[in-house]
Design a protein around this ligand. Structure first.
Ligand code: CTP
Length: 398
């Protein structure tokens, strides 16, 4: 997610400072080089040594700290960042950023930075709700700064309410969105399906498949990063966390997914059908648990609706539809047949037999089929692949 990227993390004096140390790790795990700037009050909670040890870089606190690497350090750091994140952000730094005050290392660096900025407030509810803070946040939004709303819960002061630092995984997603500068899906509504479907056999058993939902969830994440104004994720049962900012529509069976897709389709510009929809369901669902008995069990299966084909038939002019094809043989020929038969604009074909492709893993190997030909993409992360697919799909939108 952050390979080759530099994240400048500004840390201010909130009790949530300890979570910023964890956030550094989350960024690094995803490939980022992290530089930390702290305010003096942040250092009262956690010492700079913690962040220096984690990042391997000197932590900047004082503007006039003599430093032989960079002469004007606040400008040097401001130029290095691909994204500037302030987490946790106090009411004080938010007010300074809104007014353009530069009276310490962090406020000077953030004022000098031209890269995208993200602010994650963490403070007492009263301070957060104060009209001055709310006005300052509005001002920052107007400057194009992304704000990750704090969560609701028990605060350090004992109050219950809004003010705790957003979840770290949401911060990671929001950082990725903020850092992605090109927004070819700006203003668009995207619907993504993901995960397996489950078809009940009786009250305790079901028929399903090995899909983990990962490809579809990364698709939704990438769509938000590429600027989509709304991403609806229609998902069968998975163990995955919803990407930050997504509208989740949980479903279980193929027929539930069918209704959800057909309901969401009229408002969508782009539909991405990454779900592994079960092709068959038991002809009847037993009311009570089927007892083992003496012999074996034969189950009659009937066909499920083909949601992709239905969506293609129901679509309005201008809507773009991307389907997937997972094959174990004759990848391109089978995928081309699906493209033509179902009427999709693009089929993302992946072979289960290829190394680095398939269920659950972090990477995928895919070929993109459209009316104009086949493009084989190299092995890449499912997130990077999602970006590639969505950029091409965005190019097909009118
Ligand atoms: N799909 C769907 N509804 C189904 C089955 C599949 O919408 N009942 C969609 C999938 O979401 C995917 C595409 O169709 O985008 C292809 O899925 P795949 O399982 O590869 O193909 P099938 O249509 O099931 O065809 P086959 O069984 O012949 O491989």
């Amino acid at each position: 997610m952050f390979e080759g990227k530099t994240i400048v993390l500004g840390v201010t004096g909130s009790i949530a400072v300890y979570k910023a140390a964890e956030l550094v790790r989350e960024y690094q795990k995803r490939g980022a080089d992290v530089h930390v700037v702290m305010t003096r009050s942040a250092c009262e909670f956690v010492g700079p040594v913690t962040f220096e040890t984690l990042t391997g870089h000197k932590v900047s606190v004082e503007t006039f700290d003599r430093n032989f690497q960079w002469n004007v350090q606040h400008v040097a750091l401001a130029k290095r960042g691909d994204v500037f994140v302030i987490a946790p952000a106090t009411a004080n730094i938010i007010a300074k950023m809104a007014s353009g005050i530069a009276d310490d290392m962090l406020s000077s660096t953030v004022l000098a930075a031209r890269c995208p900025k993200l602010v994650a407030p963490a403070m007492n509810t009263g301070m957060y709700d104060n009209p001055a803070t709310q006005r300052n946040l509005e001002t920052l939004r107007g400057f194009g700064v992304q704000i990750v709303e704090p969560g609701v819960g028990m605060l350090a002061c004992g109050d219950e309410g809004r003010g705790r630092l957003a979840d770290l995984e949401d911060l990671v997603d929001a950082t990725y969105y903020a850092m992605t500068v090109q927004k070819p899906l700006a203003g668009r509504r995207v619907v993504v399906t993901a995960g397996p479907t489950r078809e009940a056999l009786d009250p305790v058993r079901y028929v399903s498949n090995h899909s983990t939902g990962r490809m579809g969830y990364e698709m939704a994440r990438a769509a938000l990063a590429l600027g989509a104004r709304e991403v609806t994720l229609i998902s069968g049962p998975t163990a995955l966390r919803a990407p930050y900012g997504v509208r989740m529509v949980p479903v279980v069976s193929a027929r539930e997914m069918e209704s959800a897709v057909l309901a969401a389709l009229p408002q969508a510009d782009l539909l991405v059908k990454a779900a592994a929809v079960g092709d068959f369901r038991p002809a009847s669902v037993a009311d009570q648990k089927i007892k083992k008995g003496e012999g074996g069990l034969t189950v009659d299966l009937v066909k499920n609706p083909d949601i992709l084909a239905e969506a293609c038939a129901a679509r309005q002019p201008g809507q773009v539809i991307v389907g997937f094809a997972m094959e174990t043989q004759d990848l391109i020929a089978n995928a081309r047949a699906k493209l033509e038969k179902k009427g999709a604009d693009m089929i993302v074909a992946n072979s289960l037999t290829e190394e680095g492709a398939g269920f659950g893993g972090e990477t995928n190997v895919a070929s993109l089929l459209t009316a104009s030909g086949v493009e084989k993409l190299p092995k890449m992360s499912k997130l990077a692949l999602s970006e590639e697919i969505l950029r091409r799909a965005a190019g097909m939108l009118r």
